[in-house]
Design a protein around this ligand. Structure first.
Ligand code: FAD
Length: 261
């Protein structure tokens, strides 16, 4: 409540600080210059994993390392546990939080693609209470989310999906960001595919999903992975290279998920 009140008081001049592993790099580059930092990193009430029966609830301030090693997440949402274990290096995972990663809304981050693939729900809290936002409605633009300026992300819920999953992260060195990544989940018979670093905003491979739903085979569905995306160009690869990679990784993900049914 104090953090939300402080957000209301300081408006655009304020930024929430969780693990600081995305915000501080932005500040070092002077891409963010908040006048006020609201340090939420030690709100222990928002660090938890709860088994809700058909879904798992994770407090926004839960560190990546805690998510990666939590027995409930490992058993019931292995895609999330495994993908989290691939985020950065141990230092990043001991400081960064799941809520910070999702609120940052970076198309190059791993966890937004995972929450999209799982069909998760994000719970925001503002001055007038809590509201739920579907993951598909959460990521709106480049580093832009559906959170209002005076709202705090407090919880992430993902359905239990112990089978039919895969996470493919293609990078040059173990601790690097993904050049392209693919998060694939099967929930209640439906296969969803989240893409990492295939646009400025986290997104799903909807053409692949639709092809699978209408009975296409693995190869044909995977070929459609890059349709509707806008892959970035940088030192690691051109948009054409990334589009090719996305198709290869989606094919591998579908094959691995098939073996995990
Ligand atoms: P912060 O940096 O504290 O905050 C990020 C943004 O979210 C800020 O705008 C902040 O105001 C806002 N925010 C934070 N918490 C909340 C909340 N509860 N409600 C509303 N807004 C909030 N990520 C990957 O996915 N894959 C990688 O391979 C990867 N490699 C990395 C390597 C390095 C060297 C570093 C420094 C980071 C890397 N990251 C990677 C990013 C890492 O996962 C960050 O921890 C994460 O993106 C942000 O979490 P944070 O808790 O540090 O957030």
């Amino acid at each position: 409540a104090e953090a939300i009140a402080a957000l209301g008081q300081h408006g655009d001049d304020a930024k929430l600080l969780a693990g600081g592993h995305s915000l501080l790099p932005l500040m070092k580059f002077r891409l963010a210059t908040p006048g006020v930092l609201i340090d939420i990193g030690r709100i222990t009430d928002l660090s938890y994993v709860r088994d809700n029966g058909d879904n798992i609830a994770i407090g926004a301030l839960t560190r990546h390392r805690a998510v990666e090693t939590d027995a409930t997440v490992v058993a019931h949402a292995p895609l999330l546990a495994h993908a989290t274990s691939q985020v950065g290096d141990p230092q990043v995972r001991h400081r960064g939080t799941i809520g910070g990663s999702l609120s940052h809304g970076d198309g190059a981050s791993d966890l937004p693609a995972v929450v999209l693939a799982l069909g998760g729900t994000l719970v925001a809290q503002g001055p007038s209470g809590r509201r739920e936002i579907a993951a598909t409605d959460f990521f709106e633009g480049f580093l832009e989310t559906a959170l209002e300026p005076d709202e705090l992300l407090v919880e992430v819920r993902v359905p239990k999906a112990p089978k039919g999953w895969s996470f493919q992260k293609f990078n040059r060195r173990a601790q690097d960001w993904a050049i392209v990544g693919v998060a694939l989940a099967t929930v209640e018979g439906e296969t969803r595919v989240g893409l990492v670093n295939m646009a400025s905003v986290p997104l799903r491979a909807t053409a692949t999903e639709e092809a699978l739903a209408s009975g296409s085979g693995v190869q044909d569905a995977a070929e459609l992975a890059a349709r509707g995306t806008e892959p970035p160009a940088d030192i690691h690869g051109s948009p054409e290279y990334r589009s090719h990679l996305a198709a290869v990784l989606v094919r591998r993900a579908l094959q691995e998920a098939g073996e995990r049914q």
